[in-house]
Design a protein around this ligand. Sequence first.
Ligand SMILES: CC(C)(COP(=O)(O)OP(=O)(O)OC[C@H]1O[C@@H](n2cnc3c(N)ncnc32)[C@H](O)[C@@H]1OP(=O)(O)O)[C@@H](O)C(=O)NCCC(=O)NCCS
Length: 283
Amino acid sequence: MKNIKNVKYLDKLKNLGYDLDNILIVGSGTMSLFGLKSNNDIDLWVTKKVYAKMLKDSRFSPNGKMLETKDKLIEADYNFPCVKDKVEDQLKRAVVVNGFYFQSLQDVLDWKKCMNRPKDREHVKMIEKYMKTNIVESYLLELQELNLIFKEFDYSYYEANLKNLDKQLFDSTYDRQSFRKWLVKAIVALIQQTPVGFYTLKSRNNNPKICSIHSLGVEPKYRGKGIGQKLIGHAIKTCIAFNFKYVDLGVDKDNKIAIHLYMKNGFKIIEEMKTRYILRKKL
Ligand SMILES: CC(C)(COP(=O)(O)OP(=O)(O)OC[C@H]1O[C@@H](n2cnc3c(N)ncnc32)[C@H](O)[C@@H]1OP(=O)(O)O)[C@@H](O)C(=O)NCCC(=O)NCCS
């Protein structure tokens, strides 16, 4: 499992005084974080802006187009071979520990596969073995590492990406007309473009003060990681932003996990039916 104490020379990096959120620690730094190998130095992929600053920084000297500190323990570049995306993209899905941004293990793996030198092939085997034995997709799913992005979705997105999940979770789906007619807002939670959960909000024609959470669900394999909590928090904020005064929802009486989640977030039972409760939260 990951342990920041495994990674050498982070203090040196910190002491340089650069904004850490523009600096990606790549390759062996990440492998060391996950206890896969020990790092002999720290390789950085930095934004062009940071690189330009480092170029003028007397603590760095050029080695080819790369920059390195005098003790050669920290190396920086703004451009790496074999990467398809930009450093800004990889920073978004980095593993952030104590303010340091580590390249995600998946990105290290992709890079090493592409480089394909003998040592890369050896590292690919180590990373793949680690990923297989750490069932929880360890590098992605630990809560503090979740790079969860919320996005509004339209019917086309729903049809292509969420309709099956909706059917599986709620045994009902929207058609184009009901989607347009009913919904105030439809939000999907994404991890690296993968939809992991969603919610939809409806308004009540008979009471403009009340917003209803119509469906809220998390893809089964991503449950128990705090995504449900983040979705409900986001839904509440959205209802507040639309100036609703109350948010309601219906939940099956035997859905203990959902009821616990809603109660924890300040919902109270306002109506009891045979198999369902109606819950409400004052905003
Ligand atoms: C309800 C649901 C959205 C929760 O999503 P989730 O991402 O697993 O929830 P979280 O990880 O944020 O956990 C929320 C709370 O439920 C608890 N919880 C989650 N899974 C649990 C489980 N299997 N058993 C017991 N408690 C559980 C968590 O411990 C947490 O409570 P805590 O903060 O007090 O510890 C998800 O189970 C789901 O999609 N269910 C099917 C659809 C559904 O029923 N939606 C609600 C209809 S109204």
